[in-house]
Design a protein around this ligand. Structure first.
Ligand SMILES: Cc1cc2nc3c(=O)[nH]c(=O)nc-3n(C[C@H](O)[C@H](O)[C@H](O)COP(=O)(O)OP(=O)(O)OC[C@H]3O[C@@H](n4cnc5c(N)ncnc54)[C@H](O)[C@@H]3O)c2cc1C
Ligand code: FES
Length: 281
């Protein structure tokens, strides 16, 4: 069993859990993920390793409540335990030799982008971070990002905090101002990653995106996480989850991710815990 050492509510729908998992804490690198199961009846759920503390033997995960399993997970407390917590899975993000990077997170994607910003910064790279949110109420990880970058730019869609606009507007203005990034990392909703890749393409700036197809086994066996990159089939769980954003078929990914929408909506509708917690407010 994997004990919950710390629980922190980051905003109304985003929760941080620090889990006792010494082996994973020792081995994990930026970009990798775990698959957990809450109990023997639970679904397998992939979540990115947001942070590790090898000395303490702990792994931090940050997740948004979007359906049944994330809702049940959000109700656990310090001292509770998870049945399975498997990892580190996936390939680590390639960060060697990067001198100047712009790391972009959208919403809860900031939790996935954070370890890459931290690793780049610790490697001595200059790091700009653009963190985009719909509004001020859902801003997360502001202090944590400040510690691992040279410049933090927060954008909100409605202008209630930071600069008004999308992360793509800010990225374009930073490029226009002469920032010569050798790497852009974009992690967030699929349309956001698609449009970041469109901004960087004319400048030939290497752009990594972290893909989130539905995963089942996480070991390359089931084919559930199939994505098309540069016209070739890849499995995000073993070949990724990071891929060259200029080569990803984002439209196919969006289509495949909506395959189970009806079933997910049905499960949410019939999840008593989801309803008791107020459902989709
Ligand atoms: C490699 C990877 C890393 C991820 N890291 C994070 C993270 O750090 N924080 C975070 O909030 N979310 C992350 N996700 C997404 C997270 O796994 C889903 O939000 C979660 O599985 C939803 O489960 P649910 O039962 O609450 O919702 P459901 O109602 O079952 O599903 C809601 C949506 O979540 C996605 N989803 C559902 N099941 C899976 C699955 N088995 N695999 C992938 N996506 C699924 C689908 O887009 C679905 O439409 C990651 C996904 C992947 C593939
Ligand atoms: S999750 Fe099964 S092949 Fe990737």
């Amino acid at each position: 069993m994997y004990k919950i050492l710390r629980r922190k509510q980051l905003n109304d729908t985003v929760v941080l859990l620090e889990i006792e998992a010494p082996f994973i804490a020792k081995k994990a690198k930026a970009g990798q993920f775990i698959i957990l199961r809450i109990d023997e009846y639970g679904e397998r759920m992939p979540l990115t390793i947001a942070d590790t503390d090898p000395k303490k033997g702990s792994v931090t995960i940050i997740f948004q409540i979007v359906g049944q399993t994330t809702m049940i997970l959000s109700k656990l407390n310090e001292g509770d335990a998870l049945l399975d917590f498997v990892g580190p899975l996936g390939a680590a993000t390639e960060l060697d030799g990067v001198k100047k990077a712009c790391v972009i997170g959208g919403g809860v994607g900031c939790a996935i982008a954070y370890p890459s910003a931290k690793a780049l910064f610790n490697n001595g790279a200059k790091v700009d971070v653009i963190a985009g949110f719909r509004n001020k109420d859902i801003v997360i990880l502001e202090d944590e990002f400040k510690d691992v970058c040279d410049n933090l730019y927060i954008t909100t869609d409605d202008g209630s905090y930071g600069e008004q606009g999308f992360v793509t507007n800010k990225l374009q203005s930073l490029i226009d101002a002469g920032n010569d990034y050798d790497l852009v990392i974009a992690i967030g909703p699929v349309p956001m990653m698609k449009f970041v890749a469109k901004v960087t393409e004319p400048y030939n700036i290497k752009t990594l995106v972290s893909l989130n197809p539905i995963m089942i086994d996480g070991t390359g066996m089931c084919g559930g996480c199939r994505v098309t990159v540069d016209g070739k089939i890849k499995f995000a769980c073993v070949d990724g989850p990071d891929f060259d954003g200029h080569k990803v078929d984002f439209d196919e990914l969006m289509k495949r991710n909506s395959t189970y929408k009806e079933k997910e909506a049905h499960d949410k509708e019939h999840c008593r815990m989801y309803k008791m917690a107020g459902g989709d407010k």
